[in-house]
Design a protein around this ligand. Sequence first.
Ligand SMILES: C[S@@+](CC[C@H](N)C(=O)[O-])C[C@H]1O[C@@H](n2cnc3c(N)ncnc32)[C@H](O)[C@@H]1O
Ligand code: SF4
Length: 360
Amino acid sequence: MESVYIHIPFCKSICSYCDFCKMLYNGSWVTQYLNALIEEIKDKYDGEVIKTLYIGGGTPSSLSLKDLKYLFEIIKQFNLTELEEFTFECNLNDLNEELLQFLLDNGVNRLSIGIESFNEDKLNFMERHHTFLEAEEKFKLMRKMGFNNINIDLIYGIPGETLKDLKKDLELFLKLEPDHISTYSLIVEDNTKIGINGVIPIPEELDASMYEEICEKLDMKRYEHYEVSNFAKKGKKSKHNLKYWNNEEYYGFGLGAAGYTNGVRYENTRSLTEYINGKRRKKEEILSIEDKMYNELMLGFRKMEGINLKDFFIKYGVNMQEVFDLHEVLKNEELIVDGEYIYVNPEYIYVMNEILVKIL
Ligand SMILES: C[S@@+](CC[C@H](N)C(=O)[O-])C[C@H]1O[C@@H](n2cnc3c(N)ncnc32)[C@H](O)[C@@H]1O
Ligand code: SF4
């Protein structure tokens, strides 16, 4: 395992659409949580060299500097001599010179910020609050302090949002000149405020036009569309997330965290009490070779470059075409083979799941 994900489940406020493992910040829980996190890491980490580290949430930047110092002491347990990418997820409102300096001093070289939108109606719907001017100011600060790898998240497909609204959002996002942009179509999850209130997702055709607009606009501005929802400037693809899409193993530590180690995919409990009491694992699945090949396709076809057929053979000792029936999707040009690679025809990337259903 060359990669570690650490989950920090605390947020200063809860967004209306969020079904991630999160809870409202509570200072006295944080210390107990971090104590339990140390135990999990001590128990499971085998001392490998770690090349990518990702602290996500929740909102890691919601922690106080004192708690963050404790968290970063914990991180020193890992062998980070060859660390290439260290991402820390932040909320825009938490960014200040002191926090940024602390992150820099501790080796963080990539920031990921959930901006989501600058449209007032969209932000109100999401129950998030910031302005473009604030974002511009924070970007200036991050750049001045030396951060050269910044991702921002965009959510589209909010009920009532028009194509024009999205275009405006894209224009403002691009004005910030981020190095990486992740875009997500709003998912209405049952267990969220909007789900409980019965919010209806936008029509599929509008969603598809919005996706098309995003792809075109970001391509024009020289962002490489390298994964269904992710776009990067040259040299700024997320090394950590690519490990997921390449179906590689990684440690997941923390409440609700998922991981994949020694052939086992696991998910931790979402109950803070259980986690603090050392009852961490909720689910564990030992993968068969068939499961692994299935995941290879599910994840690998998310990448625009697709899957390297030679690597597939080296990994599994069998050709992909011998295991999966690809005749129809190749004939229809839904999948394309080009040299060593097989990939989803970009025209169909939006309906990738339907293609996967046909194959799998
Ligand atoms: C779990 S959040 C962590 C980032 C940070 N807590 C924040 O919100 O600023 C990661 C990203 O997932 C996306 N996301 C979360 N819930 C979503 C939903 N229901 N539909 C679409 N995207 C969602 C958002 O873009 C969000 O920034
Ligand atoms: S979207 Fe981010 S900030 Fe909002 S509740 Fe979820 S994890 Fe917390």
